[in-house]
Design a binder for this molecule. Structure first.
Ligand SMILES: Cc1cc2nc3c(=O)[nH]c(=O)nc-3n(C[C@H](O)[C@H](O)[C@H](O)COP(=O)(O)OP(=O)(O)OC[C@H]3O[C@@H](n4cnc5c(N)ncnc54)[C@H](O)[C@@H]3O)c2cc1C
Length: 644
């Protein structure tokens, strides 16, 4: 293999989606020399694929909206498993971050008064998603990239080179984090990152005391997914191997509406905006089945009849929301059940129809990408008839355990934000809350990394030279094996296992079966073989990604086996109820002696002022008796909870 090139930075941000770019901008603005690394082309990240919008309580379409309502919706959507401080910061700071994006040049769709337009989405009480048609992520990435270029131009003027303080390394994959000390050992800390350039196979060492993980999700571990090739859970696995902890990996979001036909496009997302803009779900009998699936905890907030649901679009003050706009976990399970009961569409989904609700020109204006996607890929005109849709693995709520305010992980110098971080979304993310999460916590992570560096002074942690030698040998190993399996075969087996046995509906015995299969795959992956050479070789790249996919899949499966309840993105057929006792438990994943370990840690309680945002009756559906606030008597006095 080629020589190893060394680079030295203050902050290395792994990932150039919304979270990574926002973190890098902040670190650079704090005066830190920053590198941004992206496995794919610069600009190609999940963020760019985001369609519906970014949730922020700007109150432009309904002035009743405020951060408290956004917080309440987020906690409800997450079924009270969210880290409350993260949800609070997110709800409070999202409006500022969206306005900042506009200040940097983002062109959002407008209301007739010229304010940023906001659309309805599942689980959000008011129209809240700032959007650009159904191409919001594209505008977000364009704006953040433009901001990067603006900073580089300022650096060119000040330092004589545009990359003096902020450099992008595109098509560069990080395979390991570098530490001073051993993972999990007292006093060990981040010293940088190790990786390779995809185009040439050249190896790179980044020396840096602070690393921000912003690598996005894990969807490629599942067969049917809206995620693209690079989402092999690298950041989650890098964090684990560096000694950091992950939180609640069992919570995986299956978006209710992915394409189901033709097979080559199965899983590609059909944005929730279709339902937000009036689209209805029907089964093969023509029944609008979501009315049959409104769970008790949400019954007061959702329409009981089609008339009321339809009335909500024009008169939300006097009607309740249509059940199509329930949080994603509810809708995904409902679709899954309709198909299982034999009431599915010809290709194993259900029908989603917006053509009977909006005029064709309005559909073309509000949902141009969806129109194009269905016309090009399935030869369906969504202005004239229904789409066929079904659940697809979309997002992981579980992720690196971080300090809410700074994004710091449990390893000094390691930070995480965006989809790779855990806690913010509890057991189920509301649509639109990811894009705003990236901006809020990306910025906080950049600030956190900068202030960590300030605390270090001139100290620069270093990695032993033999670690770099070992990592170089490991990178080359797939070429050196004379025999060994094809990485694509092994990837396909992981995906099939996770899809079939740890998918949308889970059972204890099936998860155990999955864990056995994953255990067998471990040995086979250790002997995987790559053919050819290091020049742009996706087979080799995948052979290095496989161990991340495997580790993350094991983390998901072990946590899914442990949590004996159903909540949000974790449905256990053998434990179908939500349990107030389990709600208090965070499952913390770590890597010890080479294996996944699970620990139970109490969830941070809701502060009394945040608890006051909910009715006691609603709290009673989620919290244990002991957690509930004292009940008020009819005369206004509080009743004592215990005799004393
Ligand atoms: C089709 C689709 C539509 C969506 N629509 C919406 C929406 O409307 N609203 C909303 O809020 N959310 C939406 N989401 C979810 C949201 O887009 C993502 O959760 C979010 O963009 C994740 O952002 P991120 O910055 O954490 O990571 P990403 O944007 O996923 O970026 C990850 C970055 O990390 C890099 N990377 C990964 N591994 C490595 C490695 N080993 N080395 C170097 N670089 C690495 C990648 O190349 C990439 O640059 C959507 C998701 C999809 C797939």
């Amino acid at each position: 293999m080629s020589e190893t090139t060394r680079h030295s930075y203050d902050v290395v941000v792994i990932g150039a989606g919304g979270a990574g770019l926002r973190a890098a901008i902040e670190a650079r603005e704090q005066g830190k020399k920053t590198a941004v690394i992206s496995k794919s082309l610069f600009g190609k990240a999940h963020t760019v694929m985001a369609e519906g919008g970014a949730a922020a309580s700007l109150g432009n379409v309904n002035s009743s909206d405020d951060w408290q309502t956004h917080f309440r919706d987020t906690i409800r959507g997450g079924k009270f498993m969210n880290n409350p401080r993260m949800a609070e910061l997110h709800a409070q700071e999202s409006p500022q971050r969206i306005l900042e994006l506009e200040y940097w040049g983002a062109l959002f769709d407008r209301t007739s008064e010229g304010r940023i337009s906001q659309r309805n989405f599942g689980g959000h009480e008011y129209p809240r998603l700032a959007h650009v048609g159904d191409r919001t992520g594209l505008e977000m990435i364009r704006t953040l990239q433009q901001r990067v270029v603006q900073l580089q131009q300022a650096d060119a003027a000040e330092y004589g080179h545009p990359e003096a303080m902020l450099r992008v390394f595109a098509e560069t994959t990080i395979t390991e984090l570098l530490l001073e000390g051993e993972p999990g050992q007292e006093g060990s800390c981040i010293a940088g990152a190790f990786g390779y350039v995809r185009e040439t196979g050249d190896l790179l060492v980044f020396e840096a005391p602070a690393v921000v993980l912003a690598t996005g999700g894990i969807g490629r571990s599942f067969k049917v997914t809206s995620n693209s090739w690079e989402y092999t859970g690298d950041g989650h696995a890098l964090a684990l191997r560096a000694g950091a902890t992950l939180l609640n990996m069992e919570f995986v979001q299956f978006h209710p509406t992915g394409m189901v036909w033709p097979p080559s496009v199965k899983g590609i997302l059909v944005t929730e905006s279709v339902r937000g803009d009036g689209g209805v779900l029907r089964n093969s009998e023509g029944r609008r089945f979501m009315f049959d699936y409104v769970p008790d905890v949400f019954r007061d907030h959702y329409a009981q009849t089609e008339d009321e649901a339809d009335g909500w679009y024009a008169d939300p003050a006097n009607n309740r929301r249509p059940p199509e706009l329930l949080p994603r976990d509810e809708v995904a399970r409902a679709i899954n059940n309709e198909v299982k009961q034999g009431r599915g569409s010809p290709h194993g989904g259900v029908f989603l129809d917006v053509s009977t609700r909006l005029p064709a020109e309005e559909i073309m204006r509000r949902l141009p990408s969806m129109h194009h996607q269905f016309k090009e890929l399935a030869d369906v005109d969504i202005t004239a008839g229904p789409m066929e849709v079904g659940p697809t693995c979309h997002y992981v709520m579980g992720g690196v355990e971080v300090d809410p305010d700074t994004g710091a992980s449990t390893v000094p110098g390691l930070f995480a934000s965006g989809e790779v971080a855990g806690g913010m979304h509890g057991s189920n993310r509301l649509g639109g809350n990811s894009l705003s999460d990236l901006l809020v916590f990306g910025r906080r992570c950049g600030l956190g990394a900068a202030s960590y560096l300030d605390g270090l002074g001139d100290e620069r942690p270093a990695t032993d030279a033999e670690v770099i030698d070992r990592l170089s040998r490991e990178a080359a190993a797939p070429f050196e094996r004379e025999s060994g399996e094809n990485p694509y075969q092994l990837q396909q087996e992981i995906q099939q296992t996770m899809n079939d046995l740890v998918g949308i509906i889970r059972r204890g015995n099936e998860i155990e079966q999955a864990l056995e299969s994953l255990e067998k795959l471990r040995e086979r992956i250790a002997g995987v073989r790559a053919e050819g050479d290091t020049i742009y070789n996706p087979g080799w790249h995948l052979s290095l990604d496989l161990r991340n996919m495997l580790l993350v899949s094991e983390a998901v499966a072990k946590a899914a086996l442990e949590r004996e309840e159903s909540r949000g993105g974790h449905t256990r057929d053998d434990f179908p109820q939500m349990s107030a006792e389990w709600r208090r438990v965070n499952l913390v994943v770590s890597l010890r002696e080479g294996g996944i370990r699970l620990n139970r840690r109490p969830l941070d309680p809701l502060r009394p002022d945040l608890m006051e945002l909910f009715d006691r009756e609603e709290l009673g559906k989620y919290l244990t008796e002991e957690e509930l606030p004292p009940a008020e008597r009819s005369d206004g006095a509080e009743t004592a909870k215990e005799d004393n």
